[in-house]
Design a protein around this ligand. Structure first.
Ligand code: ZN
Length: 145
């Protein structure tokens, strides 16, 4: 529960029971991806009273903030919307600038970039995914050659 609380605070989100519960469940399952239905069943088995619709709504809020990753994945013959704990603060979540000539990479200190881009995508009814954000440049060293 504590890590969930820390994650919410890091995004300036209010720690509601629903948010804490869903984040904790995703944290317990590690990197495994779950459907909203699976998460809903876990909530119910733990005595929670969230509806499936609420689970979807809260997952959406959390994915816009970057705390939860979501994407469509093929499972057998079906394509499913799956959720997992977001890679906030991890290598892949961090946007970076990479020189196309020497491949040198430089971190960008813009922690809100991904959540902001995800929010824009949501507004356009697009499905954000968690692929790395890479800005390609020619660094000063290489430009001088
Ligand atoms: Zn370079």
């Amino acid at each position: 529960m504590n890590k969930a609380l820390t994650l919410l605070k890091s995004k300036g989100l209010r720690a509601t029971v629903a948010r804490l519960q869903l984040l904790s469940i995703l944290e317990e399952t590690g990197r495994a991806r779950m459907t909203a239905e699976n998460i809903f069943m876990r909530v119910s088995s733990e005595g929670g009273s969230l509806s499936l619709a609420s689970v979807y709504r809260v997952l959406k809020e959390l994915s816009i903030s970057g705390l939860v990753d979501r994407g469509w994945y093929k499972e057998g013959q079906e394509i499913r919307l799956l959720f997992s704990l977001g890679r906030v603060g991890s290598e892949r979540a961090r946007p970076e600038i990479v020189c196309v000539m020497c491949n040198r990479s430089m971190d960008i200190q813009l922690p809100d970039l991904r959540p902001e881009l995800n929010r824009l995508a949501e507004e356009m009814s697009l499905q954000p995914d968690d692929r790395p954000i890479v800005i390609q440049v020619t660094c000063p060293n290489c430009a001088g050659k």
